[in-house]
Design a protein around this ligand. Structure first.
Ligand SMILES: [Zn+2]
Length: 161
């Protein structure tokens, strides 16, 4: 048992969160008091966290990158198995999200983006057309004899009729 310094109630140690830097390895506040504290100081805690993250941005980014590199396969595997086991839930969530934010999502596609997409499609088609033309030109050169033979046979067949 341990007495909470805040509410002064004796509670089992399982009611206290772990704190490795404290002598007994436990927080001085019980979980219930800690929860109240967090709710009451939500903004201050968020601001503190944001300030910490801004100050340690490089370190945190490097740490995250290192963590990802070390645990890459496990992270990918976990995400994959999550997607597989929650397939229906994810689909429902996506559908709900779209329905909820439909107007915003539609508005997010600006005219600029539409133009960019159109330009891309035109470029793709033009390139594809070039490639197709080049492909058939090459094909005709490479299969000249076969085409000639085929055409001769085809002509012969027609004449016979
Ligand atoms: Zn307490």
């Amino acid at each position: 048992m341990k007495k909470c310094y805040k509410c002064k109630v004796e509670k089992p140690v399982s009611d206290f969160a772990k704190a490795t830097h404290k002598p007994d390895g436990l927080q001085t506040k019980c979980k219930a008091c800690d929860k109240i504290y967090r709710q009451e100081n939500k903004e201050a805690i968020a601001a503190k966290l944001a300030a910490y993250q801004a100050e340690h941005k490089e370190h945190l980014t490097a740490y995250a990158a290192k963590y990802y590199a070390v645990n890459k396969s496990a992270i990918i595997e976990k995400a994959k198995s999550y997607r597989e086991t929650h397939r229906d839930a994810i689909r429902v969530h996506q559908r709900n999200y779209y329905a909820k934010h439909k107007d915003r999502l539609k508005a997010a596609v600006t005219d600029e983006q539409k133009e960019a997409r159109k330009a891309y499609m035109e470029k793709y088609r033009a390139e594809h057309r070039e490639n197709a033309r080049a492909y058939w030109a090459k094909y005709r050169v490479e299969n000249k004899e076969a085409i000639k033979a085929y055409m001769a046979k085809y002509d012969k067949g027609r004449k016979r009729k």
